[in-house]
Design a protein around this ligand. Structure first.
Ligand code: C5P
Length: 232
């Protein structure tokens, strides 16, 4: 898989997501299904969007004891998604267990990506609330190296952190980067943000874009603008 724009379909019903996807007509896109849609519409929504030919990043950010995560990943592997994720904070043991659970009997599996620090978290909150004293870039890099040691495929991080992740984990270790905003757009709750063009310059492999596309007056035009800026 090459560079691509992943659209965060943060809707709370099947009806809304299909209304949104129908705007793209026959175009097949990379769709991110997060907690909001999965918890409201259930696993069937994944099967239906997949059946329409879209690629799927199932963003459920698992974080629990290794055995629970392993068994949950084994259930998720049956949904035949292209990419899924967990929190690196769950430790290397948890990530290894997840990978084992996700791998199907024939050896195939979706890409597995670890969340480092949420792009809504600032260094100040990390220090004050999470008691992590290191700079955010070092924390992201360290979590990425843990994910690599656990044999995962990459991490979720801010585009601003893509260079340091690639430097420490190699250029083929994937950086999936939310926190993307158009130059003239709203930041809302995101803190560590860049434009799609800057994400490209910084070497992100995939950008994850939600509200700048889903809340745009013309979502297809906003999507195409992202693709033009990021993929070229
Ligand atoms: O609307 P917006 O572009 O901010 O959406 C970003 C999406 O990426 C949301 O679905 C959010 O849950 C997800 N995400 C994130 N930061 C992370 C991991 C996932 O914003 N570190």
């Amino acid at each position: 898989m090459g560079k691509d724009v992943i659209v965060a379909c943060d809707f709370s019903s099947e009806e809304e997501v299909f209304k949104f996807l129908s705007k793209f007509q026959d175009k097949k896109i990379f769709v991110k299904i997060g907690m909001e849609l999965f918890y409201s519409a259930g696993p069937d929504i994944v099967r239906k969007i997949k059946a329409d030919g879209h690629k799927i990043f199932l963003d459920l950010k698992l974080h629990d004891i290794p055995n629970t995560v392993k068994k949950s990943m084994s259930v998720l592997s049956k949904l035949d998604v292209d990419m899924t994720n967990l929190h690196a904070a769950g430790t290397i043991d948890m990530m290894k267990a997840a990978l084992e659970g996700l791998t199907r009997p024939d050896g195939t599996r979706p890409l597995l990506i670890a969340v480092t620090q949420l792009t809504s978290t600032s260094e100040e909150r990390m220090r004050k609330e999470l008691w992590i004293e290191k700079p955010i870039a070092d924390t992201v890099m360290h979590y990425a190296m843990n994910a690599k040691e656990a044999m995962l495929d990459g991490v979720v991080c801010s585009p601003l952190e893509a260079p340091i992740v690639h430097k420490s984990c190699g250029s083929s270790f994937l950086t999936v980067t939310p926190g993307v905003r158009f130059a003239d757009g709203e930041k809302s709750d995101q803190v560590r943000v860049t434009t799609p063009a800057d994400a490209k310059k910084l070497g992100s492999d995939y950008i994850v874009v939600g509200r700048p596309i889903t809340a745009a007056p013309d979502p297809v035009e906003a999507y195409q603008k992202c693709v033009r800026e990021f993929v070229g």
